[in-house]
Write a protein that binds this ligand. Structure first.
Ligand SMILES: [Zn+2]
Ligand SMILES: [Zn+2]
Length: 660
């Protein structure tokens, strides 16, 4: 080749992959090997100081170079990569990366984690034998996607092995149309038709349409939820995964063992889903798709079946823990969450009614007072570990009624409502107009109240009480004095951020300045026309100069031995309470643990030891222990709870306990 172009050039074929195109260009230019064109492109890019993955380029420079080499537009080249499926695959709450292709604009990129998950390996290529017939074989881009297991045009499964010698095939083999091992033309590979299952085929056609693949007459399946295709795509794949991992019994009921030998079914489905063979995947995906048709009817049937298959009722397994409570918890899946709640509402009560003890107790039955732990967990969208942690902390109270461990239904719904009304850290930052780190410091200083969070209940994300955020804003702003610009020359005013910078030597953060303003220890002002919010607050330089020396850094963190001394327990017990989730350190370094003073204050205010409880209630220590056992008091630590000697009782919820 000379100059910047390949001498012989050809157009991209419909749905052709970039790998396939570069292989064909190598052949066309009579290069030494089939990967020469790719190597040339890589070398050229390297000479310009860049490296990129030629299969799925992420750099605009790569697209520029490929356009120069091939005279095919950047947009078309992008369309030949798996990135073209990014918007159809990446879950809605994950923002895909993007690449700026100049005139074409920004195009979505599949994040690397999704590449390994959704894209077939180079040497594990799939193909349709019938598509390879004819003059020019090539490898289709859509065959790279694992979710694609069928050629809708020809009504047959995509093959992944040579039917002659059983060898797996690479993209090069498929592009050349010949098995590298036995040289059999792949167009004469055995074909497995699925045309005898037109409904399932139509479902796959619809899923192909979601991916933006050519439409070979997709059917019009009735009653899909009215949401974005990428949401549906992710729902179907979550269902596929859950069904694939469910018990054989459930799968049989769902009819997904049809047409697959038991042996294949067992081996392939026990696999983690990603590596399921195409024949199984065909049935599995159709079964998952079926569950969202006639929405929400078939979805609820699935829930019923999974529940029935489990031994103790409501055993939704990974469908719940991985998907409903986790990946489908964002607002994009509200349509699904609503239906799940609807289904659950009808189940919560019967699940407890099923126990014979319950049937004998009309009081529980009529008042619908209690709910078993599993449905309560479902109602709160909690995994088992977080649920246990909340119980250990006393946020949730586990009672024993007639020998059955359960929770008060009204407490569960109240907590759920509280969480429902809570706002995220991001929303808190927007309302307060502060950074995330400042907001977290404000939580630590007790200025705003979390309802969930990493050091609060072990949740990965913070959720805050909206009312406390509003109140905090009102209190801080309420403490500031309005002044007009004429009162003080502009140069003497500092914004809160600037004031914190001025005072870095004394370790005064924005949050601590706000606390001082709220408490009236530091005067603040807002100047006309500067916006009535934290960002509009100003501090006078002279006030700050006066405040800084008086500022005694409040120690907010306390080490483990001090906590132990304060509670009158051994340091090892503190560690055990950390393990059981009762206390959460803000920081751990080796054996050392540090706790927030505010958290310890709250903890001390919220809990009492057995003796103290006995004194308050005017009963004996043994009676307190008895009450703890029968659920009138709620022990959070002690014998029978975590095997740590002192019995600790939560004062919350014990108001109703009175001496008999
Ligand atoms: Zn085909
Ligand atoms: Zn072969």
């Amino acid at each position: 080749m000379s100059g910047t172009r390949f001498l012989a050039r050809t157009a991209l074929t419909a749905d052709e992959s970039l790998e396939s195109y570069l292989i064909r260009l190598s052949l066309l230019n009579s290069y030494q090997s089939t990967n020469s064109a790719r190597l040339i492109a890589t070398a050229r890019l390297g000479a310009r100081g860049w490296t990129d993955n030629m299969r799925a380029p992420r750099l605009p420079e790569t697209y520029d170079l490929l356009e120069e080499l091939t005279c095919v537009s950047r947009k078309q080249l992008y369309g030949a990569t798996v990135h073209r499926f990014a918007l159809a695959i990446v879950p809605p709450h994950d923002t895909p990366d993007s690449v700026d292709l100049a005139d074409t604009g920004r195009m979505a990129l599949l994040p690397n984690a999704h590449l390994t998950k959704w894209v077939r390996a180079y040497d594990d290529a799939a193909f349709c034998p019938l598509c390879l017939e004819g003059s020019q074989a090539y490898h289709k881009n859509s065959w790279s996607i694992r979710a694609n297991c069928v050629c809708v045009k020809h009504g047959c499964l995509l093959e992944t092995c040579c039917s002659e010698c059983g060898s797996s095939l690479s993209i090069t083999d498929v592009t050349l149309g010949v098995c590298h091992k036995c040289s059999k033309p792949l167009s004469r590979n055995a074909v497995r038709h699925v045309t005898e299952e037109p409904q399932k085929l139509a479902m796959h056609a619809t899923m192909h349409a979601w991916l933006g693949l050519p439409d070979y007459g997709k059917a019009d399946p009735l009653g899909l939820p009215d949401v974005l295709p990428r949401v549906l795509f992710n729902v179907v794949h979550g269902l596929k995964w859950s069904i694939g991992r469910s018990r054989t019994y459930t799968r049989k009921e769902l009819g997904i063992v049809d047409g697959v030998s038991d042996e294949t079914n067992r081996v392939a489905i026990s696999d983690e889903g990603a590596n399921v063979a195409n024949d199984v995947l065909f049935h599995l995906l159709a079964a998952a798709f079926h569950c969202i048709t006639d929405w929400p009817y078939n979805f609820k049937i699935l829930l019923n079946r999974m529940e029935r298959a489990s031994e103790r009722g409501l055993g939704l397994g990974t469908l719940y823990t991985q998907w409903i409570a986790d990946r489908w918890s964002t607002s994009d899946y509200a349509f699904l969450q609503n239906e799940f709640d609807d289904w659950l509402a009808a189940k919560v009560i019967p699940s407890i009614a099923r126990t014979s003890r319950y049937k004998s107790r009309s009081q529980m039955h009529e008042n619908r007072l209690y709910v078993l732990p599993t449905p309560a967990m479902y109602m709160l969208r909690l995994g088992k570990p977080t649920f246990d942690q909340l119980v250990a902390k006393g946020t949730l109270i586990l009672l024993e009624v007639n020998g059955e461990r359960c929770l008060r239904l009204d407490e569960v719904t109240a907590l759920r409502d509280k969480w429902g009304k809570a706002i995220t850290l991001q929303q808190t930052c927007e309302r307060l107009r502060v950074s995330k780190s400042t907001a977290i410091n404000m939580i630590r200083l007790g200025m705003i109240q979390p309802v969930r969070g990493p050091t609060f209940d072990g949740a990965s994300e913070w959720l805050l009480d909206a009312a406390s955020v509003r109140l905090c804003l009102m209190n801080v702003l309420g403490a500031a004095h309005p002044v007009s610009t004429a009162d003080e020359p502009e140069g003497r005013w500092l914004t809160i951020g600037k004031a914190a910078q001025h005072a870095t030597s004394s370790n005064l953060t924005i949050s601590r300045l706000l606390l001082a303003i709220r408490d009236g220890r530091l005067p603040a002002y807002w100047i006309d026309g500067h916006g009535k919010g934290i960002h509009g607050l100003r501090i006078a330089k002279r006030d700050l100069a006066r405040f800084v020396p008086s500022f005694e850094p409040v120690r907010t963190v306390t080490p483990r031995h001090e906590v132990a001394a304060r509670l009158g327990i051994k340091a090892t017990v503190v560690s055990k309470w950390v393990t059981s989730g009762l206390l959460a350190p803000v920081c751990m370094e080796g054996n050392a643990m540090y706790f927030e003073k505010a958290q310890i204050d709250r903890f001390v205010a919220d809990h009492i030891f057995t003796e103290e409880a006995a004194t308050i209630l005017g009963i004996g220590v043994l009676a307190v222990q008895k009450w703890a056992r029968n659920g009138r008091l709620h022990p959070v630590a002690g014998p029978g709870v975590d095997r740590v000697p002192p019995l600790l009782v939560s004062t919350r919820g014990s108001g109703s306990a009175r001496p008999e």
